[in-house]
Design a protein around this ligand. Sequence first.
Ligand SMILES: NC(=O)C1=CN([C@@H]2O[C@H](COP(=O)(O)OP(=O)(O)OC[C@H]3O[C@@H](n4cnc5c(N)ncnc54)[C@H](O)[C@@H]3O)[C@@H](O)[C@H]2O)C=CC1
Ligand SMILES: O=C(O)C1=N[C@H](C(=O)O)C[C@H](O)C1
Length: 269
Amino acid sequence: MTHKPGIVITGASGRMGQMLIKTVLESDKATLVGAVEREGHAWVGRDVGEMMGGQPVGVTVTADALEAFSKAQAVIDFTAPEATLAFSKLAAQARAVHVIGTTGMTDEQIAQLEPASRHAVIVRAGNMSLGVNLLVQLTKKVAAALDEDFDIEVIEAHHHHKVDAPSGTALMLGEAAAEGRGVKLADVRDSGRDGITGARKRGDIGFTAIRGGDIVGEHDVLFAAAGERIVLRHLATDRGIFARGALKAALWGQDKGPGQYDMVDVLGL
Ligand SMILES: NC(=O)C1=CN([C@@H]2O[C@H](COP(=O)(O)OP(=O)(O)OC[C@H]3O[C@@H](n4cnc5c(N)ncnc54)[C@H](O)[C@@H]3O)[C@@H](O)[C@H]2O)C=CC1
Ligand SMILES: O=C(O)C1=N[C@H](C(=O)O)C[C@H](O)C1
């Protein structure tokens, strides 16, 4: 690629925002052209390199997302559902590829991305890592091979700052297991057991969320039957895996037509 796409990072001061800025600055395939934060945030008006504790990089953090997006070929967005919905409209206006890592979006919010995807490329995934997207494929295969004698449980663990549960990844894995079984996740989902719940319902897919300390992200898919268990596991120890996947998606989207894509498309899995 001779031309280096310009990238804007939203939620610049966040855990993922800072990792994404570092990843883009270190890349020889893309250029950092903007960094966006909420109106009133202490980083707005300041150089993003300095705010991250390093040398100035010549990019001033702004709250004017449209102005930033209009100079970019891609927006990488790991923020919050309401912000992501607003950014999808602005990225489409700027005809910039919108890479969405934000989790916790409702089905209604996801449906609201559709108008933007008629004008621009949207790549959205609850997990941008190669390992998890491979695990999704494996989960689908294992679920398809086993019958309901095997109870399926998705168990996830994250840091204590995480605001949504189950995680976006856990939902991807649950969807994959349901698809493998030929059922709809909404019909078999069992989340948040507490109290006298009754015995486990055959065919249900259960979810458990653990929150604590600085856990980056851990996911198990458990297939439990009488006398044996299979556990498929992914352990994330470095947020760089998500940032590298997101940058790959931003570059991949440059020559694609408007529409909604995911990391399975990007990685060709
Ligand atoms: N898809 C994936 O691979 C991954 C997804 N995530 C998801 O990314 C999201 C962010 O995670 P973290 O970085 O840990 O959270 P965080 O809380 O550290 O960062 C979120 C950032 O977004 C900013 N923000 C919120 N509303 C905004 C607005 N309207 N305009 C501009 N900035 C705004 C906040 O100020 C904050 O800096 C979460 O939904 C998380 O689940 C996290 C890691 C990997
Ligand atoms: O909030 C996080 O940190 C993470 N969120 C994503 C999710 O909800 O699955 C991906 C990763 O597990 C980290």
